[in-house]
Write a protein that binds this ligand. Structure first.
Ligand code: MRU
Length: 338
């Protein structure tokens, strides 16, 4: 099952809002369709957002009839603005836009370059997923009970996934692993997507609500926590789905190793610490209603941050395609980029 595909005149996206009930694809022929798909989480997860952003630029040039270089760049700049404004936290989105545009600006064939660079981002992600999953799998052993949060699987990337990639690789190597997936309120990426992906791979998975995390960690002997990331600051502070920070604090209290798995494209060297990471706040309706039914009185206020920041001191290691980075992260991250 492919999460996203560029087919020249359109970008085909698996609609993740319908999973696990329905497997349906949408065909985007307009940039506004891709922007809507990103905003409404039909496509989501940091690396997949990078790919979607790059494919939006590729679609722009393949649709554009402007012959002049200036016309092509103007159209690309417009797409850049529209896509950049969709979601603020996952740095991969703007990283991919910048990477394509940097290449385009120095190319004699801006259209060809936009398409080839976008496809390269996709193919590289596939490869990077494989590499970091193999590094991460070395940290897991038979008998491990792994807790994860949100979805950092194939659905969130171009390949096997990051946090789930590590679990799937260890499973493929014959390690007996059991997984607890936090359901991940309010949009249920853990229950709907992580449980779906792991079940398809026949990895034993048990879904719990987010508020069960502490009890389960203590009473059901969780041995490791692995999560993905949306943006990692230069000092290792990590933004990921809301609830990750809570899990990290719990892991420290219970002396359970807490791993973050992410490609280097998720590390934002311009963000010195978590304080510099923009956090997306989403609309209140996501909490106000459950399955179309009102669950919060209209008079009550609602706060809906989509991400939180886990300070570096709670993180045991960051698993990347360049290997497993250990504290002191400022130093190990700097070295990974050398
Ligand atoms: O709001 P989402 O579903 O896009 O949030 C996704 C996450 O928080 C993931 O854990 C993260 O992007 C890593 S995906 C490999």
């Amino acid at each position: 099952m492919r999460t996203i595909e560029f087919r020249g005149d359109r970008v085909v996206i698996l609609d993740q809002t319908l999973l696990p009930e329905k497997i349906e694809y949408i065909e985007c022929r307009e940039i506004s369709c891709i922007a809507e798909a990103i905003k409404s989480l039909r496509i989501r997860g940091a690396p997949a957002l990078g790919i979607a952003a790059a494919f939006a630029l590729a679609l722009t040039v393949s649709k554009n009839s402007a012959r002049s270089r200036k016309g092509i760049i103007e159209a690309l700049d417009e797409t850049y603005k529209v896509i950049k404004a969709t979601r603020p936290t996952a740095v991969n989105l703007v990283w991919a836009l910048d990477r394509v545009m940097e290449k385009v600006r120095v190319s004699e064939d801006p259209s060809g370059t936009a398409i080839s660079e976008a496809l390269r981002i996709y193919e590289e992600d596939l490869e990077i997923n494989g590499k970091l999953s193999r590094y991460g799998a070395e940290l897991l052993e038979s008998g491990d009970i792994v807790q994860t949060h949100c979805n950092a699987g194939g659905l969130a990337t171009g390949g096997i996934g990051t946090a789930l990639g590590v679990i799937l690789e260890a499973w493929k190597q014959g390690k007996e692993i059991k997984v607890f997936a936090d359901e991940t309120r309010p949009l249920l990426q853990g229950a709907r997507l992580t449980a779906f992906e792991l079940s398809q791979a026949h990895v034993p998975v048990t879904v719990i609500t987010d508020s069960m995390a502490g009890f389960v960690m203590r009473r059901h002997n969780v041995t490791k926590v692995i999560v993905g990331a949306d943006r990692i600051a230069a000092n290792g502070d990590t933004a990921n789905k809301i609830g990750t920070y809570t899990l990290a604090v719990l892991a420290k209290e219970h002396k359970v190793p807490f791993y973050v798995a992410a490609p280097l494209s998720t590390i934002d060297l311009r963000a010195e610490s978590g304080e510099d990471i923009p956090i997306e706040y989403r609309k209140k309706e996501e909490l106000e209603f459950f399955s179309g039914k009102r669950i919060v009185p209209p008079e009550a206020n609602i706060l809906n941050p989509a991400f939180d920041v886990t300070p570096a001191e709670y993180i045991t290691a960051i698993i990347t395609e360049k290997g497993v980075l250990r504290p002191h992260f400022k130093e190990s991250i700097r070295r990974a980029f050398e």
